[in-house]
Design a protein around this ligand. Structure first.
Ligand code: VGL
Ligand code: ZN
Length: 242
């Protein structure tokens, strides 16, 4: 597998154009995973991430690049029942942002958000949804939270994303979206565990930052785990980097 993935390393002297060419001329098959770019995570939403809408244009241009060369564009969608156990509103005396436990796991209690079939759960209106090949919904079981696009937080139930990627012959995934410190983090870590080569495009993500450094810490954790963290200026078919 490591042989197959060598071309994913964007070396010092390699151009981003080469990177894309390599990806298209070898056994590497890439998929873009757009994590939770939904109204509730954008300004005006119930769990608004600062600047959450600021990644939409960059995400669209990445999706266009992937789509143009026949690579898959996938998205995850946080999709909760109205009585989801991660909502502070479901627990007596619990306030938003407080830590507690859900299904025996540590849990941050959130404002009600991304309730299935509501406007808050819809993708940001400027996200080019027509470029998305398949959407994977998560967080549908009220008893447990699901930050990762692959598994619930207890890893007991799968969304089918890993199986789908393998069926499609995908070797490398590129992750962008909201939020860096929760769903991007969990999705990228699970992707690694599932054996994919993983890149996170840092400027195409935004963090909740309950603590001001959470986003930065998440990227550090990802890098230490083996995820390639890159800026979009070093990732793209139409840019030359030195
Ligand atoms: C998310 C908190 C709760 C996320 C989802 O998409 O990062 N964060 N639900
Ligand atoms: Zn959620």
């Amino acid at each position: 597998m490591s042989e197959m993935r060598r071309g994913t390393d964007l070396g010092e002297n390699q151009t981003a154009a080469n990177f894309v060419a390599d990806a298209n001329n070898s056994n590497i098959k890439q998929a873009l995973i757009i994590v939770d770019i939904q109204n509730d995570f954008c300004p005006g939403g119930s769990l608004a991430v600062t600047g959450g809408d600021g990644i939409v244009e960059l995400t669209n241009s990445l999706a266009e690049q992937f789509s143009a060369v026949g690579d898959l564009v996938l998205a995850t969608q946080d999709w909760h029942p109205a009585d989801h156990g991660s909502f502070a509103s479901q627990h007596k005396g619990v306030t938003v942002g407080e830590m507690g436990e859900l299904s025996g796991l540590p849990q941050v209690f959130w404002p009600d958000h991304c309730i299935a079939e509501t406007q808050g759960a819809e993708f940001h209106p400027n996200l080019k949804a027509e470029l998305i090949d398949v959407v994977f919904r998560k967080g549908t079981d009220r008893r447990i939270d699901s930050y990762s696009g692959f598994y619930d937080n207890d890893h007991a139930s799968s969304t089918g994303l890993a199986e789908f990627l393998r069926t499609e012959g995908v070797t490398d995934v590129v992750v962008v979206g909201l939020a860096t410190d929760y769903c991007v983090l969990a999705t990228a870590l699970d992707a690694l565990t599932e054996g994919f080569a993983v890149t996170v495009i840092s400027d195409a993500c935004r963090a909740v930052n309950i603590s001001p450094d959470d986003g930065r810490q998440a990227l550090k954790r990802l890098e230490e785990a083996g995820v390639q963290i890159v800026d979009s200026s070093r990732f793209g078919s139409d840019r030359i980097v030195s």
